[in-house]
Design a protein around this ligand. Structure first.
Ligand SMILES: NC(=O)c1ccc[n+]([C@@H]2O[C@H](COP(=O)([O-])OP(=O)(O)OC[C@H]3O[C@@H](n4cnc5c(N)ncnc54)[C@H](O)[C@@H]3O)[C@@H](O)[C@H]2O)c1
Length: 257
């Protein structure tokens, strides 16, 4: 028996990086997975996520979904329910970045980040809960939500006004949903990654930034996307019982020190 046998899951931003690792891990554990993204090819290269899953014998399909658009989110949840009958798990992972201080952030940049990192999480959580409330309780839960947050938003990281503020809202919405829908057997938790090397080219591979992150992280390596997938798997599985509203730091002890 695999840990997600018989479960259906949506993973947003699952074409690349952490979302891709989560989708592949969930499928390997028996879940049927909808890979939701605005792109098809992984930013770090390699085969599309749904192909990797299918090649390994799992079940997945990809759907274009821009989480900042309610109609896309609505269609995504409808599609899973039409195909597979229920939505047991949603992992809200897709995010958008800027690296600017307050006065250097244009109103348009702010709105662009918030439309994904704040509105997008709201739309996905709302639409998922609407569906989950119609479903019977299976095991301990009617449905499970895992929000991917960040260290940023928990502490003040330099030059991060829009991204950090958006991530802080992801932690709060997690607690609010756990509070408001716990009685209906909806379990909502979050995973806060530390510095995770996904192989995506660009600023995240900047040697100076990597050196600073290594210096700041007690554990002797930086994170891997699989570290986050392991934590998300636990929170999405029946092994996670009586835990809700939690924001699990997966950061090699960064926030402990
Ligand atoms: N990598 C890290 O070090 C790190 C650290 C802390 C938190 N995180 C969080 O982990 C999550 C994933 O990060 P990652 O490093 O894998 O990023 P990534 O850029 O590698 O992947 C993000 C994916 O989200 C998709 N996406 C972006 N906007 C979207 C939209 N509007 N609708 C649907 N999909 C969209 C992208 O196309 C991409 O495939 C994010 O929530 C991020 O905030 C990452």
């Amino acid at each position: 028996m695999k840990r997600l046998d018989g479960k259906t899951a949506i993973v947003t931003g699952a074409a690349s990086g952490i979302g891709r690792a989560i989708a592949i891990r969930f499928a390997a554990e028996g879940a049927k997975v909808l890979v939701a993204d605005i792109i098809a090819e992984p930013k770090e290269g390699g085969d599309p996520t749904e192909k990797v899953i299918a090649d390994a014998g799992g079940t997945a399909f990809r759907m274009h979904c821009d989480i900042s658009k309610w109609d896309d989110v609505d269609a995504m949840v409808e599609r899973v329910v039409t195909e597979w009958g229920s939505l047991d798990i949603i992992v809200n992972n897709a995010a958008h970045w800027t690296t600017t201080r307050l006065v250097d952030t244009s109103n348009d940049q702010w709105r662009e980040v918030m439309s994904v990192n704040c509105d997008g999480y709201f739309y996905c959580c709302k639409r998922a809960v609407q569906q989950m409330l119609k479903q019977p309780v299976k095991g301990d839960a009617r449905g499970r939500i895992v929000n991917i947050t960040s260290q940023h938003g928990m502490i003040g990281a330099p030059n991060d006004i829009a991204y950090g503020t958006g991530k802080a809202t992801n932690v709060y919405i997690t607690r609010q949903i756990a509070t408001d829908y716990g009685r209906e057997h909806i379990i909502c938790n979050a995973v806060a990654p530390g510095r995770i090397i996904t192989g995506k080219p660009g600023v995240s591979m900047d040697p100076k930034g990597l050196e600073a992150a290594k210096f700041r992280t007690p554990y002797p390596r930086l994170g891997r996307a699989e570290d986050i997938a392991n934590a998300a798997l636990f929170l999405a599985s029946d092994e996670c019982s009586f835990i809700s509203g939690e924001n699990l730091m997966v950061d090699g002890g960064w926030s402990a020190s």
